[in-house]
Write a protein that binds this ligand. Structure first.
Ligand code: IPM
Ligand code: MG
Length: 369
């Protein structure tokens, strides 16, 4: 059996706890003989800043380049609120995305049957929900220059962020969305603001042209990003694949996550381009943040982190069978009543992070064993 080299970057806040849950599941995968892993653990974010004075050490970046895949927990927290902008914990995460050129961020929002009542929306609106948000991750306003605060002659200040996209950047993320749609229901919605932003005008133009030339069999809809947010809350099941830029993707994916019951449910894959050998760099992380308010209390939901491992098995290692088994184990554990506090309904006794991971590991062994 092939062995895979994983770099674990637990990070800050609840990161180490959900990464602990991940380790329980990695052990179970090995026990069932589905896959074996060699894991290394390193620091990113605030903990790296405390240890090395920077949120991502060069040696860690090199390890990330060498790994078959990276699994990251979360970064940031109030402890580092006062540090210089360049050194804030999030800068470590953004540097990993940018330096490894992980331009395609896949964020699936799936509503597990057992959780349809945990959603803020009515059951019939979210039951069976299965949306794939494809967020551009290395461009746009996150990285555009200039990005600065300057002081004006009268002493007041002026802040600038720059939204910038090139044809090539839009084309490569749109391809990812169209290719995925081809394996799903064949529908793509592309969200931008061409009514207000030049980058939106170009976005729409490039997506339209690529569609006409190479993906005419896919059904394409253009939607304004604000309307998209409204439609996600109104009738989310109208969407299948949703492609959008870095900032809109950040916002819309938080919204989509809540449709599934909790932000603690949404995994993600950040993928680079496929090289000559058919390999691609990849990092997998839950969409939730470091949740400092519940950190260290064994309360966090590890499902987004474990779901990120499922995506890793599927997209980095081609282990579709193992990924299906693990997805099934999450469904089984939820169906069996396993609930962390974020998804526990009234009258349900919530379990801790570790117990949830163990419930999923046991369900996996039952399925495969
Ligand atoms: C996310 C997060 C990050 C982002 C933060 C932590 C920098 O919100 O992955 O969605 O804005 O991309
Ligand atoms: Mg976000």
């Amino acid at each position: 059996m092939a062995s895979y080299n994983l770099l674990l970057l637990p990070g800050d806040g609840i990161g180490p706890e959900v990464a602990g849950g991940l380790t329980v599941v990695l052990d179970a995968l090995e026990e069932t003989g589905l896959a074996t892993f060699e894991t290394e653990t390193d620091l990113v974010g605030g903990c790296a800043l405390d240890a090395h004075g920077v949120p991502l050490a060069e040696a860690t970046l090199q390890r990330a380049r060498d790994a078959d895949a990276i699994l990251l927990g979360a970064v940031g927290g109030p402890k580092w609120a006062g540090v210089a902008y360049e050194n804030r914990p999030e800068a470590g995460l953004l540097r990993l995305r940018k330096d490894l050129d992980l331009f395609a961020n896949l964020r699936p929002a799936i509503c597990y049957p057992a959780l349809a009542d945990a959603s803020a929306l009515k059951r019939e609106l979210v039951e069976g929900l299965d949306i794939m948000i494809v967020r551009e991750l290395t461009g746009g306003v996150y990285f555009g220059e200039p990005k600065e605060i300057t002081t004006l002659p009268d002493g007041s200040k002026r802040a600038v962020d720059t939204q910038v996209y090139t044809t090539g950047e839009i084309e490569r993320i749109a391809r990812v969305a169209f290719d995925l749609a081809g394996k799903r229901s064949g529908r793509v919605a592309s969200a931008e603001k061409h009514n207000v932003m030049k980058s939106g005008v170009l976005w729409k133009e490039v997506v339209t042209k690529l569609h006409a030339e190479h993906y005419a069999d896919i059904q394409l809809e253009h939607i304004l990003a604000d309307n998209c947010a409204m439609q996600l809350a109104r009738r989310p099941k109208q969407f299948d694949v949703l492609v959008t830029d870095n900032l809109f993707g950040d916002v819309l994916s938080d919204l989509a996550a809540m449709l599934t019951g909790s932000l603690g449910m949404l995994p993600s894959a950040s993928l680079g381009a496929v090289d000559d050998k058919g390999l691609r760099r990849a990092m997998y992380e839950p969409c939730h943040g470091s949740a400092p308010d519940i950190a260290g209390q064994d309360k966090a939901n590890p499902i987004a982190m474990i779901g990120s491992l499922t995506m890793c098995l599927r997209y980095s290692f081609g282990l579709g069978e193992a990924a299906d088994a693990l997805d099934g184990a999450i469904t089984d554990a939820l169906a069996g009543g396993a609930r962390t506090a974020d998804i526990a309904g009234e009258g349900t006794n919530p379990m801790g992070t570790r117990a949830m991971a163990e419930a999923i590991a046991s369900a996996l062994k039952l399925r495969v064993g």
